[in-house]
Design a binder for this molecule. Structure first.
Ligand code: SAH
Length: 230
């Protein structure tokens, strides 16, 4: 069988420090700000010359945290309630042969810190430290297909209302950007499908931007109950 070697051209710096609660596609959480840090011999400003002219980029990356779990010919997409199975190639599941992901992200700018070049991006769905294997400009006239049919994922998921307990709101007073990031992440309702019942009393936790964020779903609203340093 033919094989190919791929080398990361960059690594992602992201506030998403664990898989749980990462949005399921890019564009859903514009408040997520991060950077694509060019790696090794690719940390070369010549390789990104002209890229600022593009508002969005395609990132191809390795689902490095789930590679060891392999792949399955059929998977259960969360959008189908987590029960119905479809072919892996009919989904964007992480459990696929070669474990490659593909996301469109917004390019906020290019910057350099002590010789380390980076693309400042937002709205991504990538875990911190994700290896990026290619970067390409998004080309609207060809890549945007407004009349396409998106099967079981034809509409963006409905959003959940998010509120903050008074002590959490107080803590977030000085950091409205982080409050907005939490709000947009939880509005996606990251709970696994089997938990989405009226009687769900579970306290959920996620690590986001070096903070532990806890929340519960009460009357179909996400209530952030506590926030602490990791
Ligand atoms: N837009 C991409 C990814 C869709 S799956 C594509 O279509 O290929 C999105 C999920 O990938 C996220 O919810 C997150 O849980 C998972 N993910 C992101 N980065 C990952 C990584 N480095 N390793 C494993 N899973 C990752």
């Amino acid at each position: 069988m033919q094989t190919f070697n791929i080398t990361p051209v960059a690594f992602m710096q992201s506030p998403y420090e664990e898989k749980f609660a990462i949005p399921r596609q890019p564009g859903l959480v514009p408040a997520a700000k991060g950077a694509v840090k060019l790696n090794g011999e690719f940390n070369n400003p010549h390789m990104i010359e002209g890229i600022e002219a593009f508002s969005h980029l395609w990132l191809q990356f390795v689902f490095h945290q789930t590679l060891d779990k392999g792949w399955k010919p059929k998977v259960r997409p969360p959008r189908l309630g987590g029960n119905a199975k479809v072919g892996v190639f009919a989904t964007r599941s992480t459990f696929r042969p070669n474990g490659l992901g593909l996301s469109v992200v917004k390019l906020e700018g290019v910057s350099q810190h002590q010789g380390q070049w980076q693309l400042d991006v937002s709205g991504f769905d990538l875990l911190d430290q994700t290896p990026i294997v290619d970067i390409k400009p998004y080309i609207g006239y060809s890549d945007a297909l407004p009349h396409s049919n998106s099967g079981f994922a034809s509409d963006a998921p409905t959003l959940m209302t998010v509120t903050f307990a008074p002590e959490v709101a107080l803590r977030l007073n000085h950091n409205p950007e982080f409050a907005e990031l939490i709000r947009q992440v939880l509005a996606q309702d990251p709970r696994p499908a089997y938990r989405k019942s009226d009687t769900d009393q579970h306290v959920y936790g996620m690590r986001l931007a070096r903070q532990n964020v806890n929340w519960q779903v009460i009357d179909n609203q996400a209530v952030v109950t506590s926030l602490s340093d990791c």
